[in-house]
Design a protein around this ligand. Structure first.
Ligand SMILES: Nc1ncnc2c1ncn2[C@@H]1O[C@H](COP(=O)(O)OP(=O)(O)OP(=O)(O)O)[C@@H](O)[C@H]1O
Ligand SMILES: [Mg+2]
Length: 213
């Protein structure tokens, strides 16, 4: 079977990282070759960019356009170095955030022009869109409650995006609904306000239905 490229999207704390690992385990158990990666990051260049984007590593305010181009530079490198080669060799690539995060955060939440972002995204990924995008839908209050719990348990602190005002995150949430409605054939929307195993089961069913594993 040819390789596949699946992305996970959703607001902060919706369970993307949790669900990617669970899906990877199931695909591996089915004998498939799986590669998990994340955005921004996934390559040495991308991880350096991630450090600037999430943790103000350059120690100066980042203008919106520079932010956008750093995200897409990381994406272009990840696509070229990791995702395309793996899929061409029959691998299943699972990516934590991708083009739709740019549209939701920089587009719908920050107000940049969606058509411009579509063009920049298309350029960065050489027009190779994901075969399937899982959108984990979780209202922002729930998401933040989960993140607070994660940080109470001592792992990390809120990053630059997590510190944005609540209405920013509402625009992210609404933006994702818009994106899923725009490309219903690529998106599968899953209610993430369920126990981890129940969400995982729905993700697995979506992947099985889509690709006939
Ligand atoms: N279905 C769930 N029910 C309850 N808690 C969950 C569920 N899924 C994940 N969590 C917990 O919520 C927190 C956030 O989950 P996770 O890190 O997977 O989300 P994320 O979407 O990757 O977040 P981020 O946007 O910050 O990367 C974690 O502590 C995780 O264990
Ligand atoms: Mg995560």
């Amino acid at each position: 079977m040819a390789g596949k490229f699946i992305t996970f999207e959703g607001p902060e704390g919706s369970g993307k990282s949790t669900q990617i690992l669970l899906l990877a385990e199931k695909l591996e158990a089915a004998g498939l070759n799986v590669r998990c990666t994340r955005e921004p990051g996934g390559t040495a260049t991308g991880e350096a960019i991630r450090n600037i984007l999430q943790h103000d590593a350059a120690n100066e305010p980042l203008c919106d356009r520079a932010e956008l181009l750093l995200f897409t530079a990381s994406r272009a490198q990840l696509m070229n170095r990791i995702i395309l080669p793996a899929v061409e060799q029959g691998g299943w690539v699972l990516c934590d955030r991708f083009i739709d995060s740019t549209l939701a955060y920089q587009g719908f939440a920050r107000g940049m022009d969606i058509a411009t972002l579509d063009n920049i995204n298309a350029f960065a990924i050489a027009d190779r869109k994901p075969d399937l995008t899982i959108l984990l839908n979780l209202n922002i209050e729930q998401g933040f409650r989960r993140l607070e719990k994660r940080y109470e348990n001592g792992s990390g602190t809120l990053d630059r995006f997590e510190r944005e005002a609540r209405d920013f995150h509402i625009r992210v949430y609404d933006g994702y609904q818009n994106l899923a409605a725009r490309e219903p054939e690529r998106f599968c929307v899953i209610d993430a306000d369920q126990p981890i195993e129940a969400v995982a089961e729905q993700v697995w069913n979506a992947v099985k239905n889509r690709f006939g594993i």
